[in-house]
Design a protein around this ligand. Structure first.
Ligand SMILES: [Zn+2]
Length: 288
């Protein structure tokens, strides 16, 4: 299995590093939602979760997805090959379909009890910012390999596109998890095409109906297509996190690592109430 991807490591990673550095400074200067916990504590916690997940991403998931693409190409397998599309159309369609399959995977992470155990680690962050973009349990990365590999083979995604898509995918995740306050008119237009910080902030709300919306990663179209788009929540009214996991004492690296293997708590606050919110605006209207 090919492990070395010089273009990904020498061009893609530094570009992602620059994007992350810009976002890190920008989100501190123009804060979207109020922080509830000290930034340094969360950086350490999220960093420790990422310290296991990122090597798995680079050394297992990425080579695995690339190998799936190469195998499919060897056997002339996959939808885009059967359609005999020209190269440019295969790349465009491949990029869009990959993004669509990742929308479906994200829905699955929320609908499957087993997968949710791992995705819960990501959602149980009590604030949402750039560092949340890498707070994924290693188990979630490993679990995604059979799905993402199969999707790549079935679609017939060209192998280089797998690497290109991954760079854009990681960049998009860094952007929409960030706590960056974009000018409201800019974001209102932007979220018609791509997932933005306000849109994804609603996905991290403790209100179940809000968490179960906005699953898209790069393009926001998939949520429009499946009517899972919800923009009508004011950011200053959002409480970030999962209701039953609100104790900062439990945000230690060991607790977070073990969380998928423990009994999962029901979707309610420690006092037994279920968070709710009245809908006062049309669902597709982005609020400041
Ligand atoms: Zn999610």
């Amino acid at each position: 299995m090919k492990i070395m991807f010089p273009k990904f490591d020498k061009v893609g990673m530094p570009l992602l590093g620059i994007a992350a550095a810009v976002l890190f400074v920008a989100e501190a200067k123009r804060q979207l939602r109020r922080r509830t916990r000290p930034k340094i504590e969360r950086l350490l916690e999220n960093g420790s979760v990422a310290a296991a997940a990122l090597p798995a991403l680079r050394l297992l998931l990425l080579p695995g997805m690339y190998a799936a693409a190469r195998q499919a190409s060897r056997y002339e397998y996959g939808l885009l090959r059967w359609l005999r599309l020209p190269r440019w159309a295969r790349n465009v369609a491949g990029f869009l379909l990959l993004d669509y399959t990742n929308y479906l995977w994200h829905v699955l992470l929320h609908k499957s009890d087993l997968l949710w155990r791992f995705h819960n680690v990501h959602h149980s962050d009590l604030d949402l910012d750039l560092s949340t973009a890498w707070r994924f349990h290693i188990g979630e990365n490993i679990a995604s390999l059979p799905y993402r590999g199969a999707a790549i083979a079935l679609i017939g995604v060209p192998a280089p596109l797998v690497l290109f898509y991954e760079v854009i995918f990681e960049g998009a995740a860094a952007f929409h998890h960030s706590n960056l306050r974009l000018p409201y008119p800019v974001e209102r237009r932007l979220c018609r095409v791509i997932v933005t910080p306000r849109m994804h902030g609603i996905h991290h709300s403790i209100v179940a109906r809000e968490t179960n919306s906005n699953f898209s990663v790069i393009f926001s179209w998939w949520d429009r297509l499946h009517q899972s788009l919800r923009l009508n929540v004011p950011q200053d009214e959002i409480t970030i996190g999962v209701p039953a996991y609100r104790n900062p004492q439990e945000q230690t690296p060991t607790h977070l690592f073990m969380l998928p293997f423990e009994r999962q708590r029901p979707w309610q606050l420690p006092d037994g109430t279920v968070p709710e919110r009245e809908e006062r605006h049309p669902r597709q209207q982005l609020l400041p």
